[in-house]
Design a protein around this ligand. Structure first.
Ligand code: HEM
Length: 294
């Protein structure tokens, strides 16, 4: 299942970021991103045979493909004078304060960051939802009901069966299920921050320049913040109760000025995929002992 989710999210990312068509190049890129991502958590020893070395090699191959894509895109735009609306075109046309374009390396770094940040995270969330729905009959029934209503609305809209923004907004309970699963198992368990000034936290002195690793799991499981924190309860995120969650305590996407900029992208992508999975397929359990009866 994780493999399939990875393929789906990678396909979405490639189409929206680079407009990359189906084919061998996309498959090779997917494989290389998997190798490069492993290097993020590896000891940085760039000698043959190490995970880090393999990751750096993969990054080199990824860069070549992306440089090629950029050159082709420049060529196409020179001929057609029209600009595509994917991220690669946006980066090519971006200018800094001095009116200068971005360097090729800067564009490559940003594209790789976007793929790495969007791909595994969304895959994990989809995996969490599908696994939960296959074992919790009550939640499965509620989500199915909501998604059937959405399917009816799509049919009635006559928009060639395509989901639009207004139908996405109908998927409130499905998203609450996703939110609660991210509280219990945050897809990104934390991140590094650098102290910009001397500060203290919970009695600890943190000097300016020190790196601090914040972790969401401990906050999400704090019973002072979330009643009965081990209980799966999507109703915590209903609008009537949401205000009882203090700011900066529900943080699967981080918080503050550096909050994940892909939050809305992830929400729409995950809801669309779940809608199609639940309304177009019959689910058959592979492991009978873990399955629910529907
Ligand atoms: C379920 C899906 C996702 C989760 C749980 C998630 C979570 C996070 C978290 C926790 C951070 C760190 C925030 C911080 O340090 O304060 C982050 C940063 C980031 N995310 Fe996401 N993310 C998801 C999907 C996406 C998607 C789909 C994209 C892009 C299309 C994306 C792009 C980014 C970028 C570029 C950053 C770095 C932002 C910065 O440093 O200012 N993420 N994300």
């Amino acid at each position: 299942m994780v493999g399939l989710m990875k393929k789906i999210t990678f396909k979405v990312t490639c189409s929206l970021l680079f407009g990359l068509p189906e084919g061998q190049e996309k498959d090779a890129l997917l494989e290389d991103f998997a190798i490069a991502t492993k290097g993020l958590w590896a000891i940085p020893l760039n000698i043959p045979g190490t995970i880090f070395y393999k990751a750096m090699q993969a990054r080199g191959r990824i860069s070549k493909i992306l440089i090629n894509l950029m050159q082709n895109r420049r060529g196409e735009e020179d001929k057609n004078t029209s600009q595509k609306d994917d991220i690669i075109s946006v980066f090519l046309h971006l200018r800094d304060e001095a009116g200068e374009p971005l360097q090729v390396d800067e564009i490559i770094d940003n594209l790789i960051t976007l793929v790495v940040a969007s791909h595994d995270t969304t895959t994990i969330l989809l995996g969490l939802i599908l696994r939960h729905l296959s074992t919790d009959a009550k939640t499965f029934g509620e989500v199915l009901e909501e998604q059937k209503e959405v399917a009816k609305a799509v049919k009635a809209s006559g928009d060639e069966g395509r989901l639009t923004w207004s139908e996405i907004q109908m998927m409130k309970h499905t998203w609450r299920v996703a939110q609660e699963l991210m509280r219990l198992t945050p897809p990104v368990f934390g991140n590094f921050k650098c102290a910009s000034r001397d500060t203290t936290f919970d009695g600890f002195h943190i000097p300016k320049g020190w790196k601090v690793f914040w972790v969401s799991y401990a906050t999400h499981m704090d019973h002072n913040l979330f009643e009965d924190p081990n209980k799966f309860d999507p109703s915590r995120f209903e609008s009537s109760k949401k205000s009882s969650i203090p700011p900066y305590t529900y943080i699967p996407f981080g918080a503050g000025p550096r909050i994940c900029p892909g939050l809305e992208f992830a929400r729409v992508e995950v809801l669309l995929i779940i809608h199609h999975f639940i309304t177009n397929y019959t689910w058959t359990p592979i492991h009978q002992e873990r399955a629910h009866k529907t």
